[in-house]
Design a protein around this ligand. Structure first.
Ligand SMILES: C[S@@+](CC[C@H](N)C(=O)[O-])C[C@H]1O[C@@H](n2cnc3c(N)ncnc32)[C@H](O)[C@@H]1O
Length: 260
């Protein structure tokens, strides 16, 4: 189990509509006739699991997450479904699934060549691995985190913070790894554009996700300084629109792999 600080489901759900949209786009592209077993990996508070269960109501759908807070919220939200506390870094299932759904989680797991190959092993023949991952490490939102981390008294302490997220492979990498694992693959990328209320909203958005590896290791006082410095860079990188809103560009990579 990860030793990182737990995720905060309430903070995460402050942008629930925006965060759930890629799941909606992904599940719509899953063309399975009558799957009997589905699992939502990194299910979070159950928002993505709810979509999987609604799309395939006659299947047994489970959720899995390594965060006790997320699992607790998911169980409250969907009391009829089974939720499992487990770490994906070494997860596999002896009983295969028809659908393995993983929205906004695999970017937290290292070694994608090994990870994707391992996940396909838990798929039944004809089964689908459906993945969405943020592909935003080069966006100002993430470049600014790394810049602030390198530019302060905390530099040494945060030297490895940028490594918490796995490097996202190229389109060709995923297609090649999945072909080798016995899958036909459909890949696409979408840039969502979120018109957020102000610059602080961008900080708030990433507080529960991308900023965690940077602020979790810091003492309270340094956290406030880090976030203030990050907000200043965000204000420079994302000019306000005439109505005061700021446009957060958010590229996301989608992968649908069907096991032959
Ligand atoms: C950004 S949230 C995604 C939640 C939900 N799937 C959604 O679509 O909104 C990422 C989730 O991945 C979980 N997670 C991160 N690392 C994990 C790991 N190694 N094993 C299992 N879950 C993990 C976190 O606890 C968190 O709930």
């Amino acid at each position: 189990m990860s030793t990182r600080a737990d995720w905060n489901a309430d903070l995460y759900l402050r942008f629930e509509d925006e965060r759930t949209r890629p799941s909606i786009d992904l599940i719509q592209r899953v063309k399975l006739d009558a799957p009997s077993r589905c699992i939502d990996l990194g299910c979070g508070p159950g928002n993505s699991t709810e979509l999987v269960a609604a799309r395939f109501p006659s299947a047994v759908t489970q959720g899995l997450d390594s965060s006790p807070d997320m699992i607790e919220k998911a169980r409250k939200r969907l009391p009829k479904l089974e939720f499992v506390l487990a770490d994906l870094e070494n997860w596999s299932s002896a009983q295969p699934y028809d659908l393995i759904f993983a929205n906004a989680v695999l970017q937290w797991i290292p070694d994608h060549a090994e990870l994707f190959t391992r996940l396909v092993r838990s798929l039944a023949p004809g089964g689908v691995l459906a993945v969405q991952m943020p592909n935003n490490l080069s966006e100002p939102s993430h470049v600014s985190m790394a810049e602030v981390a390198a530019d302060g008294a905390w530099a040494e302490r945060l030297a490895d913070a940028g490594k918490a997220k796995a490097p996202i492979g190229s389109f060709s990498d995923y297609r090649r790894w999945l072909a080798k694992a016995g899958c036909n693959t459909d890949l696409w990328q979408t840039t969502y554009v979120h018109a957020l209320a102000n610059h602080q909203a961008i900080v708030d958005w990433f507080m529960s996700t991308g900023l965690k590896p940077y602020i979790d290791p810091l003492p309270e006082a340094d956290r406030a300084l880090f976030l203030e410095s990050y907000r200043e860079r965000i204000a420079q990188a994302y000019p306000a629109e005439p109505d005061g809103r700021v446009l957060l560009r958010f590229p996301r990579l989608f992968i649908l792999a069907t096991k032959r």
